[in-house]
Design a protein around this ligand. Structure first.
Ligand SMILES: [Zn+2]
Length: 95
């Protein structure tokens, strides 16, 4: 169980003092014990930040025709996952 007097990293589960803001290992915002309980109850979706920011790590999850990518993007946005569609070399619109 989580202690309301402590903070926790939602990624690595490390415990921190209430004065800490970010996990030293993961560099992400810490949650209080109460927030961890609702985080686990609601699933990771509630902790997602939505749209991408400049500091986010970006991974390629799919490559394919633009129509497919736009559909995927919609699905991800419904799940509050930030998505960026990029073209490598070929440019878009060619299929
Ligand atoms: Zn961590």
């Amino acid at each position: 169980m989580y202690d309301a007097e402590l903070k926790y990293c939602p990624k690595c589960n490390d415990e921190y003092m209430l004065t800490a803001d970010r996990c030293a290992a993961c560099d992400i915002p810490l949650l209080t014990g109460d927030e961890m309980v609702s985080f686990l109850a609601n699933g990771p979706r509630s902790a997602r930040q939505g749209a991408l920011t400049a500091t986010d790590d970006v991974v390629t999850i799919h490559q394919g025709p633009m129509a497919d990518l736009k559909h995927l993007k919609q699905l991800c946005e419904q799940e509050n996952i930030g998505v960026a569609i990029t073209s490598e070399g070929g440019g878009c619109g060619k299929s």
